[in-house]
Design a protein around this ligand. Structure first.
Ligand code: HEC
Length: 108
C-alpha cells in the first residue's frame, strides 16, 4: 500500500505538475540564482565549467535538467537548490533552459 502511495506521489512530482511552466519567470529565477556561475543567456560554450544554459539545453533532455537542478553533482560547487527553490520555480527554470535549444553556433 505504501509503495502505491509512494509511486503515485513520485508520478505526481515528475510527470504532470498541476501548474503551467513559465519560461519568462524561469529567466528571472535564473538571473537571481544561477547567473553568478552560469551563462544564462543564449551563447556561452560547451566546455566551459559550469556549462552555459544553452549548451545544457542542447545536450540534455528536460528530465535530465530537472534532475540535475534538484540533485547536482556532489563533487561540484553547484549549490543544493533543493531546499531553496519551489517545484514551480524548478519547472519554470526547466522551461526557460529548454527554450534555449535553438540552432546557434556555440564556441567549442
Ligand atoms: C556556485 C556556482 C553555481 C550556481 C549558483 C549554480 N550552478 Fe549549476 N552548476 C555549477 C557547476 C560548477 C556545475 C557543473 C557540475 C558538474 O561538473 O557536474 C553546474 C551544473 C549544472 C547543471 C548540470 C549541467 C550538466 O549538463 O551537467 C544544471 C542543469 C545546472 N547547473 C543548473 C543550475 C541552475 C538552474 C542554477 C540556478 C538555480 C544553478 N545551476 C546555479 C555551478 C553553479
Amino acid at each position: 500500500m505504501n509503495r502505491i502511495i509512494f509511486a503515485c506521489a513520485l508520478a505526481a512530482l515528475t510527470a504532470t505538475p498541476g501548474f503551467a511552466a513559465d519560461a519568462a519567470k524561469g529567466h528571472d529565477i535564473a538571473a537571481a540564482n544561477c547567473a553568478r556561475c552560469h551563462v544564462i543567456e543564449k551563447g556561452g560554450a560547451f566546455k566551459q565549467i559550469p556549462p552555459s544554459f544553452q549548451s545544457i539545453a542542447i545536450y540534455r533532455t528536460a528530465d535530465d535538467i530537472w534532475q540535475r537542478i534538484l540533485s547536482p553533482n556532489p563533487h561540484s560547487n553547484m549549490p543544493d537548490t533543493q531546499w531553496t527553490l519551489t517545484p514551480e520555480q524548478v519547472q519554470d527554470l526547466v522551461a526557460y533552459i529548454t527554450s534555449l535549444d535553438v540552432p546557434v553556433k556555440l564556441s567549442p
